[in-house]
Design a protein around this ligand. Structure first.
Ligand SMILES: NC(=O)C1=CN([C@@H]2O[C@H](COP(=O)(O)OP(=O)(O)OC[C@H]3O[C@@H](n4cnc5c(N)ncnc54)[C@H](OP(=O)(O)O)[C@@H]3O)[C@@H](O)[C@H]2O)C=CC1
Ligand SMILES: O=C(CO)COP(=O)(O)O
Ligand SMILES: [Zn+2]
Length: 352
C-alpha cells in the first residue's frame, strides 16, 4: 500500500507555550467546553512533577479529576486507561508527561472517541502535538493514526527542569526532518508517492531554524526550551498537513525503530533518530558532517558509545531497518549489504 496522504488535516486548537502556562489548564478546558470530568494519564516520575499539579489545579476549580499512572506505551496500557476512563465516567483525557504517557492518553482517547489534551513535561519529540501514537503490540512498536490533541500546554518552566538529555533528543528528532524529506522526495520521484510541498517546506524550515540556532540551545534556559517546543509544534503541524509522519520520519526513524527492536536497551527516540540522520545523510550523498556538528554543538549523541549501544546492534539495525515499514520507500531501498552497513557506520564515525 502506498504511504499516502489523508485529506483531513487535524490540528490542535489551543497551543500554549510559556512560563507557568500549566496554570491555565482549567481555562483551556473551559474554552474547549470539555466538561468537568477529566482523566489525567501520567508517568511515574512525571506524576510528581506535573500530573498531580494538573489534578490539584483542576480540583481547585471544581473539576472531578482522576489520575492514572502509566508505565509503558503498550496496547495493554491503552486498554487499562480506557477501563479507568469508563469507571470514572471521564469525558476527556489529559496526557501529562513524556512521550509514553502522551501516546497512551492520545490513543486511548482516540479509541474511546473523547477529546485529548497534551501537557508535555519534556520537549523530547514531536509526538507532543502530532496525530500519531507509537504503541507497542506484541513487543513491536507501531505508529498508529490517532486524533491530534485539542490543546497543547507546554510549560517552559517545567520543561526547562527536565534532564537536558531530553531536550537534546527533541533536537535530534527535528534534525531528522532533513533526511525524512529527502526520502520522501525520492519516493515521490521513484514511486510517484503523493508529496506535499507545503508539509515538506515547513518540515525543512523547522530543521533549518533549529540548526541555525544550535549554539544557543543550552541546559536550564527557558529560551532554549521555547525554541525547541516551537520547532516540535511546527514539525507536528507538517505531519498534520501531510496526513502522515512522512515529513518527519524517514529512513533515520526506521533505523531508530529497528534499534528499539534489536538492542537490549535502547536510548531516547530523538537521540537514535539524530544518529540515524547522520548515517542516512551519508547514504543520500548529503552534508552529513554538518548534521553531526550540529548535534555535537547541542550535546546530543553522535556515536554508538555516546548512545550507550554496542556497535554490533547499530549494524544489525542498519541491516533490518528497511523491513520496518516496507510501504515507505527510502534511501535504504531493499536493504544494505553487511559491507555497506559497516562502511556507513565507520565513515560517519558512529562506530569505531
Ligand atoms: N506519537 C508520536 O508521533 C511519537 C511518539 N514517540 C514515542 O514516544 C516515546 C518516547 O518518548 P520520550 O519522551 O523520548 O521518552 P520516554 O517517554 O521514554 O520518557 C523518558 C523518561 O523521561 C522522564 N521524564 C519526562 N519528563 C521529565 C521531567 N520533566 N523530569 C524528569 N524526568 C522526566 C519520563 O518519566 P516517566 O517515567 O514519568 O514517564 C521517562 O522516564 C516512545 O514510546 C516513542 O515511540 C516518539 C516520537 C513521536
Ligand atoms: O517520530 C515521529 C516523527 O518524529 C513519528 O514517526 P513514526 O511514524 O515513525 O512513528
Ligand atoms: Zn520522531
Amino acid at each position: 500500500m502506498q504511504d499516502g496522504m489523508k485529506k483531513w488535516m487535524q490540528l490542535p486548537r489551543d497551543i500554549l507555550v510559556g512560563h507557568g502556562v500549566i496554570n491555565n489548564i482549567s481555562d483551556v478546558c473551559r474554552d474547549l467546553k470539555l466538561g468537568k470530568d477529566p482523566l489525567i494519564v501520567t508517568g511515574t516520575t512525571t506524576k510528581k512533577i506535573a500530573g498531580d499539579v494538573v489534578c490539584d489545579l483542576l480540583e481547585d476549580c471544581g473539576y472531578n479529576a482522576h489520575v492514572v499512572s502509566s508505565t509503558d506505551a503498550s496496547m495493554s496500557e491503552v486498554e487499562r486507561v480506557k477501563k479507568e476512563a469508563t469507571e470514572h465516567k471521564s469525558s476527556y483525557l489529559i496526557g501529562v508527561g513524556s512521550g509514553k504517557s502522551i501516546d497512551v492518553a492520545k490513543y486511548a482517547a482516540t479509541q474511546a472517541d473523547v477529546p485529548f489534551l497534551s501537557v508535555p513535561t519534556a520537549a523530547s519529540h514531536d509526538g507532543i502535538v502530532s496525530s500519531r501514537a507509537s504503541i507497542r503490540t506484541e513487543g513491536k512498536a507501531t505508529s498508529v493514526e490517532a486524533n491530534a490533541p485539542m490543546a497543547v500546554i507546554a510549560d517552559t518552566e517545567i520543561i526547562s527542569k527536565a534532564p537536558f538529555r531530553l531536550l537534546a533528543a527533541g533536537c535530534g528528532d527535528i534534525i531528522s526532518n532533513y533526511t525524512a524529506v529527502k526520502d520522501w522526495e525520492l519516493a515521490h520521484r521513484l514511486t510517484n508517492e503523493s508529496f506535499s510541498e507545503y508539509a515538506a517546506a515547513l518540515s525543512l524550515m523547522t530543521a533549518r531554524i533549529l540548526i541555525d540556532s544550535a549554539d544557543s540551545i543550552k541546559p536550564d534556559l527557558e529560551s532554549s526550551v521555547r525554541m525547541v517546543v516551537k520547532a516540535l509544534v511546527s514539525s507536528g503541524v507538517a505531519m498534520s498537513i501531510a496526513g502522515s509522519s512522512r515529513p518527519a520520519s524517514g529512513s533515520e526513524h526506521m533505523f531508530s525503530h529497528a534499534l528499539d527492536m534489536v538492542a537490549p536497551e535502547h536510548a531516547l527516540h530523538g537521540e537514535q533518530c539524530g544518529l540515524g540522520t547522520i548515517m542516512m545523510m551519508y547514504l543520500h550523498g548529503g552534508d552529513w558532517r554538518s548534521i553531526k556538528e550540529s548535534l555535537e554543538t547541542i550535546g546530543a549523541p553522535t556515536t554508538a558509545e555516546e548512545l550507550g549501544i554496542e556497535d554490533k546492534y547499530i549494524l544489525e539495525a542498519l541491516l533490518v531497518a528497511h523491513t520496518i515499514r516496507p510501504e515507505r520507500y527510502t534511501i535504504l531501498g531493499t536493504g544494505l549489504t553487511p559491507a555497506a552497513a559497516e562502511k556507513v557506520a565507520r565513515i560517519t564515525k558512529v562506530i569505531s
